[in-house]
Design a protein around this ligand. Structure first.
Ligand code: GDP
Ligand code: ZN
Length: 303
């Protein structure tokens, strides 16, 4: 889905129960939410109406979502962070050192939402990918994930990233300190617009942090920045979803003897054979096993 498929007012920033919505006319207004049950997030298309004698609008309904990115909150409930995405940008860099397991988990989330994903290697002005990183990035390319070495600081290769995101609604994720804010500031056309307006209207000043916001990209796309998901890879709650979320394992796994093979100790496992031959990366397979174990623990309630 793209911004041009707009179906009514779009939520472009959230701050608690207040949101900035972009009307179909292009005008941005501040809106409150009707009732406690309704929980709009960035990327949601909503029904909204002006409140008489007030500058604010009222959101009365959320239109059906194409997908949602969520995570369990501290009370064990699922919290939706953004909706109607079409792209996940996972940012890495030489410093802090990449946590590839976390990268894989973000990619899994993208697979389960059925959206595209790419891996950015930022800060190339400081360091180009080293040997191991290069191999790892090549593995991602082979699976089908584009990789973009670039620098938010020098601007090097940002064009490639921009082209990749054209017409997409993307969310940017990755470890703290890899340069997500810096990339957004370079890429977005309206870097602090919804934030500033929402903070001002909340009466808490310009420096109030919004929960999440959607920024326009120059070539028709948009990028959602949601602090809730930035440093946190969403968990998966069932084993079949883990198998599904590693595309190369799912594809080769079709050749396994058992259709419900989990590719661990089963006989005639095509995945194990492919790992032994190097067709499937040993690192990705290890990541798969770790996520499988983690998911089992979660689904059995043993945190
Ligand atoms: P975030 O936590 O992922 O949002 O990362 P920030 O955008 O806040 O960046 C973390 C630090 O890395 C800051 O000190 C930035 O100035 C620096 N940084 C970000 N991008 C680059 C880059 O391309 N090159 C260099 N040298 N530093 C960068
Ligand atoms: Zn198998």
């Amino acid at each position: 889905m793209t911004m041009s498929d707009a179906r009514g007012p779009l939520v472009v920033a959230t701050y608690s129960r207040r949101m900035a919505i972009r009307l179909e006319s292009g005008e941005q207004v501040i809106a409150r939410v009707k009732g406690k049950r309704l929980r709009p997030v960035c990327g949601d298309f909503v029904e909204a109406e002006p409140i008489s004698n007030e500058p604010e609008w009222l959101i009365t309904a959320i239109l059906p979502r194409i997908n949602e990115l969520s995570r369990p909150n501290t009370r064990g409930k699922v919290e939706v962070l953004a909706a109607n995405l079409s792209f996940v940008v996972v940012v890495t860099a030489d410093t802090p050192p990449p946590d590839w397991f976390m990268v894989d988990r973000y990619l899994c989330a993208a697979e389960l939402m059925a959206v595209s994903a790419a891996i950015v290697f930022n800060k190339t002005d400081l360091a180009e990918p080293d040997g191991v990183t290069k191999d790892t990035l090549r593995t991602f390319e082979r699976i089908g994930y584009p990789t973009v070495p670039c620098s938010a600081k020098s601007g090097s290769n940002l064009q490639a990233l921009q082209e990749l995101l054209a017409e997409h609604t993307a969310i940017i994720v990755g470890q703290s300190g890899v340069g997500k804010s810096s990339l957004i500031n370079r890429l977005a056309t309206d870097a602090d617009l919804p934030t500033a307006r929402l903070s001002e209207s909340s009466g808490e000043g310009r420096h109030t942090t919004v929960n999440s916001m959607m920024l326009e990209l120059p070539n028709g796309g948009a990028m959602i920045d949601s602090p809730g998901v930035r440093d946190y890879a969403p968990s998966i709650d069932n084993v079949q979803d883990v198998v599904r979320s590693f595309p190369e394992i799912a594809r080769i796994g079709e050749g396994c003897k058992f259709s419900d093979c989990q590719h661990l100790r089963e006989p005639d496992c095509a995945v194990k054979t492919a790992v032994d031959s190097g067709e499937i990366s040993a690192r990705r397979y290890e990541s798969y096993r770790r996520l499988l174990a983690l998911t089992r623990k979660l689904s059995e309630g043993r945190y």
